[in-house]
Design a protein around this ligand. Structure first.
Ligand SMILES: Nc1ncnc2c1ncn2[C@@H]1O[C@H](COP(=O)(O)OP(=O)(O)OP(=O)(O)O)[C@@H](O)[C@H]1O
Ligand SMILES: [Mg+2]
Length: 432
């Protein structure tokens, strides 16, 4: 069996081929060495054990000329050992023997011998058979290498295709989410607008109504005869007027707060989706972070405390929605890394005249040093199937790279992780 290492070995013609001659008779070894062409490197072993040792060491021979009759370990046993060991099974073995009976020849071929040369050896035959075997081996190696190259190309192509598909899906998902969010925001805005302004008007009307009731009550109190007001008093008691009057005000206040909240959500939705048009804008990153945090609130609210340590940031020329996606990936990853309860700290700051940074730190489980370099690889995930595609960070890397920025990561197992996005404030080709 050839392994990856063989596949990466230099081209056959680039290195000198090695022949191992195994024979217990020194004279036989010398004869073979004398016959073999000078461009071959010839090494020699005087017994089976020595042969096995030499074959096990690098560089391995390309061909073995193997005597059959040897004391201790005969040629058949050596052959069996070579063929059983995957690292040496591909080395062709030519048996060199005086045993010319059919039975031993058959035994050799069954054990995997490539050929037979009979003693006494003849130069022309030895050289012809050796050349045939070396050429066949070189051809096999070349085939193997080409196969490997093709296999790698196909695998690379398949992976690139899969990545492109996932990125397309992600982009489509973001675009349709953005459109959906913008559409919903627009649709909700209208009714929320008139509910809000109606509530404002209702508050005014209620004030007037209460003022009128108060005036009636003062009039009734001033009347000597209370009889005509008995029915009013009964209604008032039944309706629990004092409570109702207080409650109407607080219900109205709550409704107004509710409408304000809906307005804010709509605003966040618009902010979040606003830039899915993939247009470059001068953008307030804190606004993007806030709307992203709002969108991620559901994932965070039960087990993460979000701490903001925002610095002074100038506006940044960027693809806002795409950076929001980066922040979202980092925040969701941070939340997913926290088992139990923990903190997510978002810091921002300025670096020098022309850069800003945003970091997301968590007190989660951390990343082992060996895995740290793999987290940006597409499809690298440690999350269960269905929970992670392993694309979040590779997409984020791509987005930040488009901004000519970079992402840094530091982590300590058991303590937590910090991802820092560093971005230029403007782009060289930015509109002023
Ligand atoms: N804050 C973090 N703490 C610990 N490990 C992290 C953190 N962020 C990323 N990782 C590790 O990096 C891997 C890759 O992250 P990435 O965001 O690319 O993919 P994912 O979160 O697994 O899946 P996806 O984002 O596609 O849902 C994660 O599976 C996790 O092992
Ligand atoms: Mg992720």
């Amino acid at each position: 069996m050839m392994d990856e290492k063989d596949a990466c070995a230099p081209e056959p013609q680039a290195r000198r081929r090695t022949i191992l001659v195994v024979d217990d008779e020194p004279i036989n070894r010398m004869v073979l060495k004398g016959i073999l062409p000078a461009d071959l490197r010839v090494v020699m072993a005087g017994c089976g054990f020595e042969a096995l040792e030499m074959v096990a060491a690098e560089p391995r021979p390309d061909l073995v000329l193997l005597d059959v009759m040897m004391p201790d370990l005969d040629g058949f046993e050596v052959l069996r050992c070579l063929k059983e060991e995957p690292a040496t099974a591909d080395i062709p073995v030519i048996m060199v023997t005086a045993m010319i009976d059919e039975e031993s020849e058959q035994k050799g071929f069954e054990l995997g011998a490539a050929d037979y040369i009979h003693k006494p050896v003849r130069a022309a035959i030895v050289n012809a058979r050796v050349q045939v075997q070396l050429q066949a081996k070189a051809a096999r190696e070349m085939l193997f290498r080409n196969n490997q190259r093709l296999r790698h190309k196909v695998a690379d192509g398949a992976q690139a295709l899969e990545l492109a598909q996932m990125q397309l899906m992600q982009a489509e998902k973001m675009a349709s989410l953005g459109q959906l969010a913008a559409g919903i925001a627009h649709e909700i805005n209208n009714p929320v607008g008139f509910v809000g302004s109606n509530l404002g008007a209702l508050e005014g009307y209620l004030k007037d109504l209460f003022a009128i009731i108060d005036a009636y009550e003062r009039g009734a109190a001033a009347c000597a005869d209370a009889t005509p007001f008995a029915e009013v008093a009964e209604f008032r008691r039944k309706a629990d007027y004092d409570f109702l009057r207080q409650d109407v005000v607080s219900l109205l206040k709550e409704s107004q707060e509710g409408v304000d909240r809906v307005r804010k959500i709509v605003c966040d939705l618009k902010d979040y989706s606003h830039m899915s048009t993939a247009e470059w804008h001068w953008t307030d990153l804190h606004k993007g972070l806030e709307s992203t945090l709002n969108m991620a609130r559901n994932q965070l609210k039960y087990h993460c405390t979000v701490i903001r340590e925002y610095g002074d940031l100038p506006q940044v020329y960027c693809l806002g929605s795409q950076l929001n996606q980066v922040f979202m990936n980092l925040i969701v990853n941070a939340a997913q890394a926290i088992e139990g309860k923990g903190d997510i700290t978002i810091r921002t700051g300025r670096r020098g005249d022309d850069q800003v940074w945003v970091s997301v730190s968590d007190t989660g489980k951390g990343i082992a040093a060996d895995d740290l370099q793999r987290v940006f690889e597409p499809f690298y995930t440690t999350k269960p199937i269905g929970q992670g595609t392993g694309l979040g960070l590779s997409l984020s890397w791509g987005i930040v790279d488009r901004h000519h920025g970079r992402i840094e990561v530091s982590s300590e197992v058991g303590k937590g992780t910090t991802f820092t996005v560093i971005l230029p404030i403007g782009q060289a080709d930015a509109a002023a």
